[in-house]
Design a protein around this ligand. Structure first.
Ligand SMILES: Nc1ncnc2c1ncn2[C@@H]1O[C@H](COP(=O)(O)OP(=O)(O)OP(=O)(O)O)[C@@H](O)[C@H]1O
Ligand SMILES: [Mg+2]
Length: 163
């Protein structure tokens, strides 16, 4: 069986007195697509944010590959997210001032790739999600689905282990 690449164990998360997660165990294997389903407000986004290291759990552990994520500091979790995880936010989180190709290229440039190479890779990935003709448009000039595909391209462009 393929190895587990991302897992959460006994995850608990509170927002003040609101329970976000009440003890969740989850494991994702290499090559696997896992769907998390449930009513609105029952903790799906919280779970994904905790697994991606965007939020830290109040209890439990998160492992990415052989590395424990939840105990890393903010800066280390940010680097890990940029290099090994792609994340598509529910509200896409694109930068309104930047065209699609620059939004997608940004994580590569932050990681040290030249602007020229980053833009080339971004445009290639945008082509893969059907947006070759829209690379120069800002998020406000795109449809909701197109903007979400830009966010998907941004998640894929660094060839992460887990999306
Ligand atoms: N920043 C926050 N502060 C306080 N409560 C929050 C915060 N974020 C989420 N919650 C609460 O935590 C619970 C889980 O929210 P979460 O966003 O994980 O739900 P969800 O399953 O993703 O919902 P949806 O399907 O509507 O996107 C909800 O009760 C929500 O109101
Ligand atoms: Mg949600």
């Amino acid at each position: 069986m393929p190895q587990v690449v991302l897992s959460g164990h006994g995850l608990v998360k509170y927002y003040g007195s609101v329970v976000g997660l009440a003890g969740v165990d989850v494991a994702v294997r290499s090559g696997e697509a896992l769907a998390v389903m449930g009513p609105s407000g029952n903790g799906k986004t919280t779970l994904l944010h905790v697994l991606a290291g965007i939020l830290t759990p109040d209890q439990g552990e998160v492992w990415l590959g052989g590395e424990r994520v939840d105990q890393l500091n903010d800066a280390a979790r940010t680097v890990l997210r940029r290099r090994r995880l792609g994340f598509v936010f529910q509200d896409n989180q694109l930068l309104a001032e930047l065209p699609a190709d620059e939004n997608v290229a940004l994580p590569l440039m932050v990681d040290g790739l030249s602007r020229r190479d980053a833009i080339a890779r971004a445009r290639n990935t945008l082509g893969q999600v059907g947006l070759a003709a829209e690379v120069g448009r800002r998020p406000g000039e795109l449809s909701g689905g197109q903007a979400q595909r830009v966010a998907i391209a941004r998640a894929l462009v660094g060839e992460p282990q887990v999306v």
